[in-house]
Design a protein around this ligand. Sequence first.
Ligand code: SF4
Ligand code: SF4
Length: 170
Amino acid sequence: MENPAANDDLVFIVRQARASDRVLAELHQLYQRLDQQLATTDWMCKKCGKCCDFINYGHRLYATTAELALLTQSPPPNTAAAQAGRCPYQVNSICTAYDRRTLGCRVFSCNADHAHIESAIYERLHAQIRNLHERHCLPYMYAELTTATRQMAHAGKGSTNGLPNLRDER
Ligand code: SF4
Ligand code: SF4
């Protein structure tokens, strides 16, 4: 699979979001509230990492502008994985971005009995994240994770960490 051309709009607005401490802090707080809520349900992810191998698992993960901004605060350690349809933040089945992982990462359940809860929680939290974009006048995008991270890595070629160092560009 070839690297996609950088999506200038996506790269630009993710930079914009990453430059906003308030956006990132609010999203982090939203994730914390979500995690507390999920802890009260009867579903517990065993962190096997299988669903992060998207192609083999038959799963696709999408994330908004703000989620991509928080997730990519640090560059992915395994950029080649995205070309193979796996999350570039996964190393040896371990998520290396666990505190920054997206809403979809947190809510997804491989237990079919939990699907209705997953869907309801995802829709409600996704609406809150969308509202966060509106309140901060942040352009809203919703992008597939491996494509987005590959586009950002492509745009960041030449930077020292393989991704644009967005905080240095303020
Ligand atoms: S949701 Fe299921 S497949 Fe995905 S990491 Fe958790 S236990 Fe593994
Ligand atoms: S960010 Fe972590 S939990 Fe989410 S898909 Fe990647 S490795 Fe899996």
